[in-house]
Design a protein around this ligand. Sequence first.
Ligand code: SF4
Length: 426
Amino acid sequence: MALRDLDASVYDHLTTGEWTHRDKSMEEWDRWALLGADVVREHPDFPDPLTVELDTSKGCVRYVNKGCSFCIEPMYGKPKFREVSGILAEVRRLAELGAVNFRLGGQADFFSYQAIGLGSSATPRINGPAIRALLEGIRAAAPDLKILHTDNGDPAMMIAHPEEAMAAMRDLVRLGTPGNLLSFGLESADPAVTEANNLNIDAEGCLEAVRMVNEVGRARGANGMPTLLPGLNFVAGLDGETKKTFELNLAFLRRLLTEDLWIRRINIRQVRPVRREFEPTGLYREFRQFKEAVRTAVDHEMLSRVVPEGTVLRDVFLEMEDGRVTYGRQIGTYPILVGLPYQTTKDRFVDVRVVSHGQRSLTAVEYPLDVNRAPLAALSALPGIGMKRAARIVRARPFDSRAAFAASLDDPAVADRVVPFLGLAM
Ligand code: SF4
């Protein structure tokens, strides 16, 4: 087992016959990334929908205070950041080969890249020029890119340096692509848990950071999704957790709805004992109830605000079929699952229009929908239509005008709602 970097262990084994446990050097990191770029051509999803993750860093700026109790990132010690030039050389090669979808992956925090004053505090200064140079450089190195997304964001860095964080997010909105996400590790809204586990942010701070992303990133981009929104992670089973913790977590999420703050996804998991063991809390029932309450009381409502009925989502890749439903997703970070309520050809990109919402997925139909050919199931999924009206439409088609289509329905209000979904040139 490699105790430090796997690639360094493999390299040493292949070159010297020894299995070693060490970190790769920065020079090795850049060289190997560049040399390994060509492997993308072998991937079955190349060039699209394949997404290439770019390494930018390792470790967490909170190593100075040992970081969050459950996380191994601080164990790497002082964070290491690849130079912009090394990352861009890799991107240039990937783009030359034909890669079009990129993600700054595995980043403990988008805002910490090349942070100034590492080690002086758990929230060193945000290096705006370095972040901008990286994003601008990627756009220049891959001028035909379709996706440029990110991974995590540290709300504590944002709260400590609000102006720099807003500027970095404006750059991300300008230079990244829509549907982007910064995942926040709130982990718990309970101050007792925050304290006991040395977590990086409390509920109030996280709320403020959510407001900041909403201010910058809510506008809808060309693919139909808000440009940049936060995601939220909760971890259960941490020290200090009680029944009240789950109440506070739920109250926090309800506050988001009350303030109409948008988030893109809520990730809830049990703590994994990778850094150390955690005493069992015995609160599994409460955990399950919390998860269920989030799915029913928050997720559905949030999804219908972030992607309302009628939203056109571009470039949804249809990838699987389950029963009579065809599922697809946009390419990018944590894409929302889209179900078309009928069977259709997979492995292709389509535009869709949203008709309704599940807890964590959308129901949509291809857009524009050819009402003269659409399957019955697609028609019946349209808002206000249902099976009976769909059957009537099928019997009455083909239509050659909006008036003819509307006349086939018994309610003009329903026709008004449905016509925007259709592809009739009327
Ligand atoms: S959870 Fe995030 S902020 Fe906390 S130590 Fe790990 S990487 Fe750092």
